[in-house]
Design a protein around this ligand. Structure first.
Ligand code: SF4
Length: 327
């Protein structure tokens, strides 16, 4: 059985669901996988990101709330002292004007991730808890359900970039198992450092995963086109975005408020289905510019409306609940 639809998007969602349950495919670990999609840097966006988290430290991260801490908030929570102190004494020089730091302190205090008080005209801060070191490894996965020769060649440059930058600890290509072994010729087109994973589907989900090629461990602590210090910052920002968004947040950029939008459970993942086009729509086509879009009829909203909303809001709540349960 194949992945849902022809869309890479459907394959991507099923891969995310599988990773959430089964990562890693090639070794034993007590790490908890935090899975997200479409994250990376300005230069390079990965299809699927798996953050391997330390279980105890991940539990401690929950004290800072379910949402992403952006770089400004991270600067505060990572450096906030255990005892009250003037923020300029407590925090390292940010390299930009202190007024931006003050704004971030107010935002952090509003979110409850740091404590603040006034001492005369000085703002003092204190940590709510030490920010935990919860990220062990970051894994980047490219999803290519049809990994043929031209797809492998098209991927090669991107994967070469990932390997040479070493922002992630490992880079993989996930493809759909065809029954035949992955062609050695395909592997020749991909950098040897990239792993290749073949996923096989049945009616209940991913029935089997086969590592067709083991990846090399990259070293993010070395200087490459990015310095080791820059990479450490970016890695934590990516991990925080993964923590805050998960992989089910796709629904926020699609149109669950369209009357044709459905979620179908396919291979143990909820995958969008468009009843008008009878296909699994991609995030790009299921948008405000879709010519088939029709708002859900007001009658669908009667139960609890407008506070509870109609099916569109119900779908968002369902996915948000799954995201919370997962954390
Ligand atoms: S008609 Fe367009 S907007 Fe509505 S569900 Fe289908 S793809 Fe999405």
């Amino acid at each position: 059985m194949t992945a849902p639809g022809d869309a890479e998007f459907g394959f991507e969602l099923v891969t995310c669901r599988w990773a959430e349950r089964a990562w890693p495919p090639d070794r034993e670990t007590d790490a908890v996988p935090v899975v997200a999609r479409q994250l990376g840097t300005q230069r390079r966006r990965w299809d699927t990101v798996v953050v391997e988290a330390d279980p105890d430290a991940l539990a401690a991260r929950a004290a800072f709330g379910a949402d992403t801490l952006d770089s400004d908030l991270l600067h505060i929570v990572r450096n906030a002292p255990a005892e009250w102190a003037w923020y300029r004494d407590a925090l390292p020089d940010p390299g930009y004007p202190w007024r931006y730091v003050r704004a971030a302190i107010h935002r952090a205090a509003d979110r409850g991730v740091v404590e603040k008080r006034r001492d005369g005209n000085r703002i003092q801060i204190r940590q709510i808890a030490p920010y935990p070191d919860w990220v062990r490894r970051i894994v980047a996965i490219e999803n290519k359900p049809d990994l043929d020769a031209s797809a492998a060649r098209a991927l090669a440059d991107q994967l070469d970039h990932d390997v040479s930058t070493a922002l992630a600890d490992e880079v993989w290509v996930a493809t759909e198992a065809t029954g035949a072994a992955v062609e050695p010729a395909l592997l020749e087109d991909l950098p040897v450092e990239a792993g290749v994973l073949a996923l096989e589907f049945d009616g209940d989900g991913v029935a089997d995963d086969t590592v067709a090629w083991h990846p090399a461990s990259l070293d993010p602590t070395t200087d490459t086109s990015l310095s080791a210090e820059e990479k450490a910052e970016k890695r934590l920002e990516i991990a925080e975005r993964a923590y805050g968004s998960g992989w089910r947040s796709y629904v926020e950029t699609m149109r669950p408020d369209c009357r044709w939008f459905e979620l179908r459970e396919v291979h143990d993942a909820f995958v969008p289905w468009c009843a008008a086009k009878e296909t699994h729509p991609t995030a790009a086509e299921c948008s405000g510019s879709c010519p088939e879009f029709q708002p859900e009829p007001p009658a669908w909203r009667t139960r609890g409306w407008p506070i509870e909303g109609g099916p569109g809001k119900g779908i968002k709540r369902l996915l948000a609940r799954r995201r919370r349960d997962r954390r």
